[in-house]
Design a protein around this ligand. Structure first.
Ligand code: UDP
Length: 265
């Protein structure tokens, strides 16, 4: 399939496949492709808290593109094909495995609460957790026993998912360390991608400050969605800072993408 020639369909004529809290999936230009659209909506606590933060979708689209493109480049398979515009990317259609995979390097959030470990404590090793993707049940934590017994993934698929999770964690930890940011934890999703009769597990959804905990190495300042969850304010500034440190946003570029862009001579 040739993905190099863009064939755009006007937004209004595209078939909407799925709408989630922060993203919309549309039918793609070729069979087996979808368009992933990043909205500005921020939600937390299973959407009980909701706000629109203008420009968040643009930043997450760019940051997730950066991460997924690099993962593709180092041979970690993902659903990502290419970014189309400020808010959209072309992706391969996959069958999403109904698990949220959380990898933790430092104690924070629900792990700290559940086990009484102070936030910021370095964990003895990286820990992988699985949560069943189900909003009605509040995404409960599950074990490999539940996953195989209920048929959400096979033992071989769990092995593949864990290998992917470790590779993504190593890549992200190094990437962020290089720009003065500690990767505390992150969430990723995976899907089954069929190529002819062969199936493989790939990284799907998004990886952005919405789904990672990112702390500045020196100040411990939070540069992630905890700014929204904990009413700290400055979410857009924090995401912009992450994008700038990664070298994604050029100086003066505005995440809103509406106003004039300052071009430095
Ligand atoms: N996370 C996510 N989506 C979820 C739940 C968690 O992206 O539905 C991310 C979250 O941003 C953090 C990591 O997964 O980086 C671990 O989250 P935790 O279990 O501590 O839950 P929380 O404290 O966010 O409720």
């Amino acid at each position: 399939m040739d993905f190099t020639k863009p064939r755009y369909t006007p937004m209004s004529r595209r078939r909407r496949i799925y709408e989630g809290k922060a993203k919309i999936l549309y039918e793609g230009p070729e069979p087996g492709t979808l368009i992933q659209h990043f909205k500005d909506d921020a939600t937390a606590f299973n959407a009980k808290k909701h706000e629109v933060i203008e420009g968040k979708g643009v930043l997450n689209n760019r940051i997730s593109e950066y991460v997924f493109q690099h993962l593709n480049d180092i041979g970690v398979p993902t659903h990502f094909i290419r970014r189309l515009n400020m808010r959209e990317q072309l992706i391969r259609e996959v069958e999403i495995i109904p698990l949220e995979i959380v990898v933790r390097n430092i104690a924070a959030g629900s792990l700290s609460q559940r086990l009484g470990i102070e936030e910021g404590t370095q964990l003895p090793r990286s820990i992988i957790e699985f949560y069943y993707k189900n909003d009605q049940l509040n995404d409960p934590m599950v074990s490999e026993e539940h996953i195989t017994a209920f048929g959400w993934a096979t033992p071989q698929e769990i092995d593949d998912i864990m290998s992917l999770a470790i590779r993504v964690n190593d890549f992200l930890s190094g990437l962020f360390l290089g720009v003065g940011i500690r990767l505390v934890d992150f969430k990723m999703e995976t899907g089954r991608l069929w190529e002819n009769d062969l199936m493989r597990i790939v990284v799907a959804d998004e990886i952005s400050p919405d789904s990672c905990r990112l702390w500045d190495i020196k100040s411990n300042e939070k540069l992630d969605k905890d700014r929204f969850r904990r009413d700290l304010g400055g979410l857009l500034e924090a995401y912009t800072e992450v994008a700038k440190r990664l070298g994604i946003m050029s100086e003066g570029e505005r995440p809103q993408g509406t106003g004039p862009i300052l071009v430095k001579g």
